[in-house]
Design a protein around this ligand. Sequence first.
Ligand SMILES: [Fe+2]
Ligand SMILES: [Fe+2]
Length: 287
Amino acid sequence: MRGLTTEDLAAIALDLVGWSELPPDSAIYVPGRGIRRVLVGIDIGTAELLLARQLGCDAVVAHHPVGMRHRMAPVYRRHVELMIAHGIPREAAEAAVRERMEDLETSGHSDNYDHVISVARLLNIPFLNLHAPCDEAGRRILQGVIDETLARNPHARLQEIVEALGQLSEFQKAETPIWIAMGEPDAPAGKVVMVHGALTNGGYAVARTYFEHGIDTVAYIHIAPGELSRLRREGRGQLLITGHIASDSVGINPWIAELEARGMEVIRISGILGHFDPRNRRFLKRA
Ligand SMILES: [Fe+2]
Ligand SMILES: [Fe+2]
């Protein structure tokens, strides 16, 4: 094979979800071409860049953004679109993200956004990260599995949703089990929204807003302990936590499968678990 460019690697991720440009949480830091062997990890730091050189890789791809937190607030805003798509009035959706967007803008100013990237430049190793496109692919797959479970049995209990998601290879390999953080396993799941693909989980404010507008169960891939305590104190709604690393893998694996189909050699590190099941391709086309 002639090898791919960093732009090709990004375009393959965008194609998975039908997007036309990289969102601000994803970027090509060091462009390159002729890429045949790539190191892929959920988190990449300076050590992993050196490791890639040692392993003879032509490029390194991280899932999580590398520095650049000051650019991320617009990606968190995707929560607003997700909420509106699930019937929440725009005003309530906007209110649910306001405080966290301000926090993101403020905390972004403290980051050393150049640390890892400066090392990649000096090593002259092609380097990029792909975040929201993969998370959106993961969201569509996870929501697709949930929706099909509820279509088969509209009275499905929370435990049945957990079991259906648990069939995915990523969760079978996971150290963290899918967790019913709020609710009883035998309770009806009701309306379930997989809230993922908007930079990070929506914490207390976004989950509460779903619960206030007719959603029975929110699924996050992770949540901060303080945010969970606040939700539990209110005692409203059901919350599933699917697990960070396995859930990120669900969205990264379809992209890796595309690379391997093109003859690329992919070396996985830093938490990429399981593999893409091509039968789940049907979910990727559903926005
Ligand atoms: Fe992710
Ligand atoms: Fe993540």
